[in-house]
Each structure stands twice: as structure tokens, then as C-alpha cells.
Design a protein around this ligand. Structure first.
Ligand code: ADP
Ligand code: 5GP
Length: 218
């Protein structure tokens, strides 16, 4: 008999300022665990970066299309950041959950709190910070995908995210993990360990599936 533990899917939400490493860790996790994890592609009204793939990095919509879909109730959640609209489509969430895999999200702190509110037992939030602002700046410049004015706007948003992070300190159901992204490989191991540990949390595992393993025959 093929015995397996079953449980409801987990929503892993990676947050942190632009350039903190969210995409890098999402890509590595998906590459390492294609059967276990799937990426929830958000929609945005911002234009694609050169390296981005439509439908994979984001569903790129015009601002008008985004607003029309938002008014139709197509979004589970949405926010405006750096003057652009970003959101999780209901359809993406439902399809993702139906795959039976755990889902990875890369969204801002307000969006993450929305998930925590709706799915408190199944949402795991991980906030990633760069070791310093200087590192963040260098990494963003190294990525080379945004102009100076855009960089400045993103730094203002980063400051807002840090303030929100500090306000949430002490709340048990907001930010679950804080990870400092110094050395890439080491930080990936840390993020990976969180994902692995959360997948083994007993309270999410279906009791029926545990029973199969608890049979004692003498
Ligand atoms: P985000 O998705 O949070 O905006 P990215 O994953 O795109 O951030 O990372 C921004 C840039 O920083 C990328 O070019 C990435 O390769 C680089 N990077 C990420 N983590 C590290 C690290 N620990 N050391 C050096 N560079 C890093
Ligand atoms: P970027 O333009 O760098 O890809 O993303 C800017 C910000 O928007 C990041 O903080 C990112 O996490 C956030 N974001 C991306 N998709 C979503 C989403 O679907 N919902 C919310 N609330 N934020 C998102």
C-alpha cells in the first residue's frame, strides 16, 4: 500500500523590499521542488522588465484592463505600489490550490496580511531583508532593470515596508519569519529549511492520513 500524508496546501508568502531576493528564492525553490511547489503569478499594470516573461513573471495588464477586472471582482487582493497596480487573481488562487501543491507568492506586506486574515492556519509569511541599504542599492543597480528615478521611488516604498514590519513586531500572526539575505546560498538554505519545516507541521496534516502510519500489529 502506498501510504502518504495529506494536508491542505500552504500559502508561502515572500515579502521584502525590491531587490531583497524574493524572485531569486522563488525561482530556486520552484526549480528544486517542481512537484511540491507552484508559483502564483500576480497581475500588474507596470511594464515588463527586459528579463521578465509574460504569464510567468506577471500577467501584464494595462492600467485600464487591471481596473476593469478589479471592478468585475476578479482579484482576491490588490494594492497600489510605486504608482503601479499589483494583485492576485481569484482564478490564479483557485487553480493553484487545485493543483494540490503549496503555493509561493511574492507580494507586499499589505497583501500578505490579507492572506493571513483569510487563511490564518495555512499562510506562512517570510520577510527578507538585505544586510544593509548599501547592499540593496548595489544589488538593484547590478540587476540594472530600473532607472534612477524609479530606484528612488522604490527606496521610499522600502522605507514604508520597514516601518510596517516594525509596527507588526510582537504580533504572532503577521510576519512569521525574518531572514537576512547576506550570502545567497546560505540564505537559500534558510528559506528552504523554513519551507521544509512548515510542510511537516502536524496541525495541518489530515488525521485520516496520520492514522495509516499509526497502526501497530504485534
Ligand atoms: P526581488 O525579487 O526581491 O526584487 P531579486 O531576487 O531580483 O530581488 O534580487 C535582486 C538582485 O540581487 C538580483 O540581481 C539577484 O541576483 C541579486 N541578489 C539576491 N540575493 C543576493 C545575495 N545574497 N548576494 C548578492 N546578490 C544577490
Ligand atoms: P516589482 O515591481 O518589484 O515586481 O514589485 C513591487 C512590489 O509589488 C513588491 O513588493 C511585490 O512583492 C509587490 N507585489 C507583486 N505582486 C503583488 C500582488 O499580487 N499583490 C500585492 N499586494 N503585492 C504584489
Amino acid at each position: 500500500m502506498n501510504r502518504e500524508l495529506t494536508r491542505k496546501g500552504i500559502l508561502f508568502v515572500l515579502m521584502g523590499p525590491t531587490g531583497s531576493g524574493k524572485s531569486t528564492f522563488c525561482e530556486r525553490l520552484i526549480a528544486e521542488f517542481p512537484e511540491e511547489l507552484s508559483y502564483s503569478t500576480s497581475a500588474t499594470s507596470r511594464p515588463p522588465r527586459a528579463s521578465e516573461v509574460a504569464g510567468k513573471s506577471y500577467h501584464f495588464l494595462s492600467r485600464e484592463e487591471f481596473i476593469a477586472r478589479r471592478e468585475k471582482g476578479d482579484f482576491f487582493e490588490w494594492e497600489e505600489t510605486h504608482g503601479n497596480l499589483y494583485g492576485t487573481l481569484q482564478e490564479t488562487l483557485v487553480t493553484g490550490i487545485q493543483t494540490g501543491k503549496d503555493l509561493l507568492f511574492q507580494i507586499d506586506i499589505r497583501g500578505a496580511l490579507n492572506f493571513k486574515k483569510h487563511f490564518p492556519d495555512n499562510t506562512v509569511t517570510i520577510f527578507i531583508v538585505p544586510p544593509s541599504f548599501k547592499d540593496l542599492k548595489e544589488r538593484l543597480q547590478g540587476r540594472g532593470t530600473v532607472c534612477e528615478a524609479e530606484l528612488q521611488r522604490r527606496f521610499v516604498t522600502a522605507q514604508d515596508e520597514y516601518e510596517a514590519l516594525l509596527r507588526l513586531h510582537g504580533q504572532t500572526s503577521a510576519v512569521d519569519y525574518l531572514v537576512v539575505n547576506k550570502k545567497l546560498d546560505q540564505t537559500y538554505e534558510e528559506v528552504r529549511a523554513i519551507v521544509m519545516a512548515e510542510r511537516a507541521r502536524y496541525h495541518r496534516i489530515d488525521k485520516d492520513s496520520v492514522e495509516q502510519f499509526c497502526e501497530v500489529r504485534v
